[in-house]
Design a protein around this ligand. Sequence first.
Ligand code: PNS
Length: 161
Amino acid sequence: MRRAIYPGSFDPVTKGHLDIIERSSRLADELIVSVLNNSAKNSLFFVDERVSMLKEMTSYLPNVTVGSFDGLLADYAKRMDAAVIIRGLRAVTDFEYELQIAQTNHELYPDIETVFLTTRLEYSYLSSTIVKEVASYGGDISRFVPQQIVERIYAKYGVGD
Ligand code: PNS
C-alpha cells in the first residue's frame, strides 16, 4: 500500500484512533492523518490544536505526517496523490454511513480505494463524542485518551479549575 490518508474530526483524538493510526502505518508506505476543517461543526478543539495533538501522539511513527483539509475528502486524496483512504469500523452501526461515503468517494475517483480496519474490541464503544460527554461532567477519561491530553480536554470544560 502506497500513500494512505486517515481522515477524521479527531475532536479529540482517542486511543481508538491511535490504534488505527499505528496499525495502518504498518500497512502503508506513508500515512497522512488529516483533520477535517469543518467550520459548520461546533468543535471542542480548533483544527490547529487537533493537528498539534496528533503530531505529538504520532511522533514515534516515522512514516506518519499530520495535516488538515477542507472540502471533499476524495478531492483532497486525489490532490495528495493518495491511493487509499483508511477508516475504522467499530460496530455495525458505523457500517451504513461508512459504506455510503466509501462508495461515493469511489464513484468520484475509482482509482482511490477505501480500506476499513476493524477497531480493537477494547475500543469498540469509544468515540470522541463519548470522551467529551464524560469529560464535561468531570468523569475519568484517562482510559479513553492518551495521558498527555487529558488535562487539555478538562481545561476546555473548566474541570479542575
Ligand atoms: O471522524 P469523523 O467525523 O467520522 O470523520 C468524517 C470524515 C471527515 C471522514 C467525513 O465527514 C468527510 O470525509 N468529510 C469531508 C466531506 C466529504 O468528502 N464527504 C464524503 C462524501 S459525501
